[in-house]
Design a protein around this ligand. Structure first.
Ligand code: PEP
Ligand code: MN
Length: 342
């Protein structure tokens, strides 16, 4: 932590900052600058110390600003966990060394629809099957998903095809139920800061696929991951899925691909990109998936539907079967140049 004093702050004001730091049990380091003083707290601060000092010092006379020099998250940070994490779900591994493709329809609509999608996923060599059973829809009048019936279809098809599965859980009280049917619990963008849900998913010990909230900063995203990790569950996969756009007339969200190298620099957790929700337009999915691979992502999640025109949700961003096959062949061709394999 570094405290920068206002220009010309007198010695008494510097002394009172130092007194607060000493009272909390730390040794302040006074650093004279060209035109103002700075005071450092050269120690590893607990979250409580950090919050206390920030509040106690921030309001003192003569203080210009208080800045943090280490990250607010610990378990998610690469500083405290130097080796990169791989998350295992059935035979699928998400993490460094290979590029994972998670694919399937936005919503599970019927056994036949989901089975058809799963066959395409399996044949293409992708390793994880997605499908929503509980759907977070903007309108209560939109299709809400097949719910438990959908979970049963996911389990049956996943078992038949030998594919790991991922599906969204929307509330803390549903974690056990969804966890009985799927291999990876998805926490959707709208739920990224549903703290009781994060805690419950953490307690379950199951792999958690955490999507970035549409207006979440990187720190907020990693602190959400920290909630899951702090329950003793190390199996967290981060997903960038686009943030609030300036202009919705062309894309649904703005896919923040810069978040990939940023997250990789600050965290050891695997990073997946979702170009389907990230753009909202099927024809932009392939270019952005390739861009994600080049940016260093550990994989992509894409929506694919055997008949996108009749999809019950997100049809306009779903790849059809041939679009998905083209995606897979483009990614396979690109992988060596991007330093990964598929
Ligand atoms: C989804 O994956 O279908 C979904 C609802 O995603 P998001 O939470 O990113 O909107
Ligand atoms: Mn969707």
């Amino acid at each position: 932590m570094i405290i920068v004093m206002q220009f010309g702050a007198p010695q008494e004001q510097i002394d009172s900052v130092c007194a607060v730091i000493k009272e909390r049990g730390f040794e302040p380091l006074v650093m004279p600058g060209e035109d103002r003083m700075a005071i450092g707290v050269p120690a590893s601060l607990s979250p409580d110390d950090r919050i206390f000092l920030e509040a106690a010092i921030g309001s003192l006379e003569g203080v210009s600003k208080v800045t943090q020099t280490s990250s607010p998250y610990k378990l998610a940070s690469i500083e405290f966990h130097r080796s990169r994490t791989s998350v295992q779900a059935k035979s699928a591994t998400v993490g460094p060394g290979s590029f994972s493709v998670m694919a399937g329809p936005c919503s599970v609509e019927s056994y036949d629809q989901f089975k058809k999608a799963a066959e395409v996923v399996k044949k293409s060599g992708a390793s994880i099957l997605r499908g929503g059973a509980f759907k977070p829809r903007t309108s209560p009048y939109s299709f809400q998903g097949l719910q438990e019936e959908g979970l049963k279809i996911i389990k049956q098809v996943g078992d038949e095809m030998g594919l790991a599965t991922v599906s969204e859980v929307m509330s803390a009280d549903m974690v056990t139920l969804v966890g009985e049917y799927v291999d990876i619990l998805q926490i959707g963008a709208r739920s990224m800061q549903n703290f009781p849900l994060l805690i419950e998913a953490g307690k379950s010990g199951k792999p958690v696929f955490l999507k970035r909230g549409p207006s979440a900063t990187i720190d907020e995203f990693l602190l959400a991951a920290e909630y899951v990790l702090s329950q003793g569950n190390p199996n967290v996969i981060l997903c960038e899925r686009g943030v609030m756009p300036l202009d919705r007339s062309y894309t649904r969200n703005t896919l923040d691909l810069a978040a990939v190298p940023v997250l990789k620099e600050h965290s050891h957790l695997p990073v997946i990109v979702d170009p389907s929700h990230g753009t909202g337009v099927a024809r932009y999915v392939v270019p952005m998936a390739k861009a994600a691979m080049v940016a260093g992502a550990d994989g992509v999640m894409v929506e694919m539907h055997p008949d996108p025109k009749h999809a019950l949700s997100d049809g306009s961003q779903a790849l059809d079967v041939s679009g998905f096959e083209r995606l897979m062949s483009d990614l396979k061709a690109l992988a060596p140049a991007a330093g990964t394999r598929l």
